[in-house]
Design a protein around this ligand. Sequence first.
Ligand code: HEM
Length: 482
Amino acid sequence: MDQFLGVSQFLYLFFNVVVIVLSLMFLKLFKHCWISPVQAQTKLRQNGFVGPPTSFPLGNFNDIKKLKIALVMAEKRKSSTIINHDIHSIALPHFALWQQQYGKVFMYWLGIEPFVYVADPEFLSVMSKGVLAKSWGKPNVFKKDREPMFGNGLVMVEGDGWTRHRHMITPAFSPLNLKGMANMMVESTSNMLDRWAIQINSGNPPCNLLSFHSHHYVGVPFSGILDFKQTLEAKELGKEIDRLLLSIINERKRSLVEGDDHHDLLGSLLKAEKGEFTASELVDECKTFFFAGVETRALALTWTFMLLAIHPEWQDTLRDEIRQVIGDSEIEYKKLAGLKKMSWVMNEVLRLYPSAPNAQRQARRDIEVNGRVIPNGTNIWIDVVAMHHDVELWGDDVNEFKPERFDGDLHGGCKNKMGFMPFGFGGRMCIGRNMAFMEYKILFSLVLSRFEISFSPGYRHSTKHVFSLRPGYDLPLIVRAL
Ligand code: HEM
């Protein structure tokens, strides 16, 4: 009997502990999913942030999805020959609609995460003045998705860690190191163009330049749950890339000790950081260089090919400049600065079709902007496409391809300097921008000296926003040798 009482008391105690643990877990979940979002919404509303009605637990996901589907249907019905650079409502239909209803700063929700949308450069300018670069957060909600690509590299790292990483990496992008990389870029581009020439001679001239961009897909918040298989695949791929990079880094370290110099980014980084990064930090930085640098550059090149195909007069203008600045001699790093019109073209391409169509931050403390408080933890979505296509900032010709607007003006005549930000803003501005300009100038100097570009009749103009801003369809071009 006593034994039976002992067992039943134990079961009673066990049951109570289970109930208490489950209740605590439920309360934690309830606070995270319900109380905290309601508190955040109340605070944002009290501070004057309004936005589209939201519902639990998806926030505005369904509205975004519906608008995108409606757009795809409309696009399919549209004539295939129209090329219109007024792309904001095509790439980001939900933001275009909400902007009409709520203005250039408003609140919206991705699931249970509050976002403040910003397409007002004045607001952005005041907001960024109040926060040190190292004190900005990157939205936690995206971190899981981006982990396989960036790890805890410079794009994602925060606080003093960011200051340390940025300080150690900056020398790798110095003019001296870029100069060392220039010859390698000339050589590899020339080899690629030789292959183009062979392709053309073999009677296969149209060239689909979409091969320039990679096809990785980056999910949106909750995609881990909604698309479990893809998340798992991304994780596996991330691990495989880590292993591969680690073996390359170890090999490079060995050859550096033996005095074997490499003039690429990893070579420059290893020389500059003097062993202060751990092996896994180096792996993360290599991944970061690849994913932050490759897709953005590939898209800048892709959109430039498209715009130069529409504007053969700009191909001629650039050819004249290349003849004057470089002539028949080899391309040298120091001459590239003279290609001013090429810089205008690159800026104008990145204005109309920014490879990085948004910048994101997360407040790590309350931020006051003109008397309104963005509460700690709020995510901030800066819509670069909207600002680059804002008629109030650029004037009536905002959607025209006019590289000359950058003649003598780094901001292309934009009424607010923060309105043009293809490389981001503040201390976290793109570390690779000078490298990107160098590579762009080398590539187009070589391409335009040898080839003429025009559209293949199959081209259909459209844009698609999947993390970056990509062409909606392939980009078939006709490439003719000059
Ligand atoms: C056309 C080419 C490129 C474009 C349009 C571009 C654009 C951007 C943008 C918009 C940011 C975010 C800045 C912010 O959040 O305020 C960024 C950051 C960054 N970019 Fe680029 N980028 C390009 C090329 C490159 C290249 C070639 C590399 C390196 C090889 C690179 C490495 C990075 C890194 C590491 C960051 C993070 C910087 C930090 O947080 O301190 N990018 N880039």
